[in-house]
Write a new protein. Sequence first.
Length: 444
Amino acid sequence: MVTASIRKEMYALADCNNFYASCERVFEPQLEDKPLVVLSNNDGCVIARSQEAKALGFKVGDPIFKFKDAVRQHNVIVRSSNFALYGDMSHRVMQTMRLFSPDVEVYSIDEAFIELVGLRGRNYENEMRRMRATILQWTGIPVSIGIGKTKTLAKLANHYAKRTIGIGGVAKIPQNPNEMLKTIEVGDIWGIGRQWSTKLRNIGVKTAFDLAAMDPTLIRDSFNIIAMKTAMELRGHKYFHFEQTPDQRKTLLRSRSFGKPVETWQELSEAIASHATRAAEKLRNENLVAKVLRVFFHTSLFNHRDPRHSTHAVVELIPPTNVTHDIIKAAVGAAEPMWQAGFKYKRAGVHLTDLSSGQVQCSLFDSEEKRIQDKRIMNVLDAVNAGMGAGTLHYAATGFTKVMQMRQLRKSPRYTTHWDELPECLCGLHEVQGGMSHISQNTK
DNA sequence: TCTGGGGTCCTAGGACCC
DNA sequence: TCTGGGGTCCTAGGACCC
């Protein structure tokens, strides 16, 4: 028998099960088997659920205040979101994956694609089972893994793994995938959302098998090129490439709903200055400058009793910049003429676009002297805040009022990233052994 | 009383030019 | 009364993702 060494593409998609809920459970094992939901900023709506909460009918996006009775009746555990914890746990999971394959594309906070060709000769499913067990042991986070010839098929296998074998486990698209494709509803395919799946069902396309069989040109004409590529990927043709190093970002948005309605220019301007500050920090962190700034604010989208107002302004930053005081000045300056008293504003934000990493070109009005001085100030600012805690040094424009403070009544400690919030007794932790100390060197 | 916060890409249509 | 045709660039809006 001749074994041809044809390089066959194969991808895995590893996805953390109920990620935020799982993170909460790692340090509080008594939450295991209990219905648990995690809320958005300001404790607004549900953004993650444990399996038990899913079974009770909690949906992502449900405003929690409407479900008070259900929460009480079923003893649902409710947590504010704790992104310091989730981000750090995510990093640990991804680092563990990299021990199994160097080719990891981090796709979101809780999932990653893994190129498997590098694991030459080994049994992919066995390797992925081993990886899954290691991640669970070292981090306490359960993952599900799907394997397929394209990213879309790997996603689909992941979905299949969760649905048919229960939570967890590893599933691979079989040689002849038709029977499996027939069991996947068209709306469960990666890239086919609510609008498109409704439209597809209306023309009789109900399953992944149906979509794969559809005429590509017709898909392209009725939807768009992405829908067509998705269908081709279901047939096993690669259209979405593996991207280990993410492309440079194109936009950056910092915005937030207010804990309570804002009715004064003072409060609004402080909020805008805070968003501008956070956006500028992020820019510097990624070595980018922004050329265009958009600032916006509006009243509640849900409150129909009070007068409503929504507005935005766009300004060009000349020259492109990542200097905090320049960005604050532009944002607040553009917002001020739009301010109108008599409204209860609910949300504001700063959106930076036309980002580039290129050297800043000096404009006629820009002096080399100012540039050097600004750079020095930003270096000091960033160093102090990195060393002594975010916000230690801040601009007066961001204010001293509490307008930016979030309502987060049920937040768990930042167990893994802050010394004073470390879990005090590790003996209660189950399944987390050995490896934890091994990968925790990166924090602090 | 209380409804998240980010991103990406594609398409249609208007402005403008020759 | 007749009222081109093609190209580019930009933007808003809509779809999708987590």
